[in-house]
Write a protein that binds this ligand. Structure first.
Ligand SMILES: [Zn+2]
Length: 264
């Protein structure tokens, strides 16, 4: 597989899944929107396209290039050990997801990082478009961290591609405003992050927001004591207490948010 193939798969699976989740959300919504879905979509998709263009210009496939580089030169931890290919891919997905858990926790605990991460949490409703509502500053720092981790781990191109695809799919699923059967959620919750678990993370209440940091596996939250399950889902209000007006949350407000007053 070439790097162009990898980028093509990434881009098409990303937009394809956004479309599928949007249709499903419209057919079986979890609950009614409290603010205009169309206006939120304009902001979130503008931000997503803007981020994709900037990241492409600055990092231009740097993650996949690093993966291809460490594989051909046999660099990194995974290239020092004898393991079947499937096991290396599993280690890549689990390790990268755990690092993302730590990074997400730091985004809530370190005031400077929260300045960027609050752009994601300021969405007043949650749906599949929330999954990519991030500030370019947060994405740039996390891209540098991700490249360093791929280098240290010696992750293969296939391993990175599978991790990125699974990550995007899980993030889109658990942000979606989709009515999911209760039995499915409770089984899924044992190992993975379902929408109800991540909805608690988007609550305006601080002690609910600073929990459930996982993206793919729910195990990290379970093992490290940050899992919160016992919340009445019907009364969760999404967003940040200080940002409750939709007309203060347009694209240009989101871009400037990290350099405006600090809010919890
Ligand atoms: Zn968060």
């Amino acid at each position: 597989m070439t790097i162009t193939d990898a980028s093509l798969i990434r881009v098409s699976s990303f937009w394809g899944a956004i479309f599928v989740f949007l249709v499903l959300e419209l057919l079986a919504p979890y609950r009614k929107s409290s603010v205009s879905k169309a206006k939120r979509w304009i902001n979130n998709i503008t931000l997503t396209v803007f981020n994709s263009v900037v990241l492409e210009l600055v990092f231009a496939g740097a993650v996949v290039t690093t993966a291809a580089y460490v594989t051909t030169r046999h660099l990194g931890v995974l290239n020092l050990v004898e393991l079947p290919q499937w096991a290396k891919i599993f280690v890549t997905v689990a390790f990268m997801d755990f690092m993302l858990y730590i990074w997400h926790l730091l985004n809530h605990e370190v005031p400077l990082l929260w300045r960027f991460h609050r752009v994601h949490h300021s969405d007043l409703n949650m749906d599949v478009s929330t999954a990519t509502r991030f500030h370019i500053g947060e994405l740039s720092i996390s891209a540098i961290i991700k490249i360093s981790l791929v280098f240290l781990l010696g992750a293969s191109l296939v391993g990175v591609l599978i991790f990125e695809s699974v990550l995007v799919l899980f993030a889109q699923f658990h942000h979606s405003s989709l009515r999911v059967p209760k039995w499915f959620e409770s089984v899924f919750w044992m190992l993975f992050v379902p929408p109800s678990m991540h909805r608690i993370h988007h609550s305006v209440i601080l002690k609910e927001r600073d929990t459930n940091y996982g993206t793919i596996f729910s195990t990290w939250d379970r093992w490290l004591g940050t899992l919160l399950t016992d919340v009445d889902q019907s009364r969760i209000r999404i967003g940040i207490g200080a940002y409750q007006q939709p007309d203060q949350l347009y694209f240009h407000h989101l871009l400037a948010m990290p350099i405006t007053r600090p809010v919890k």
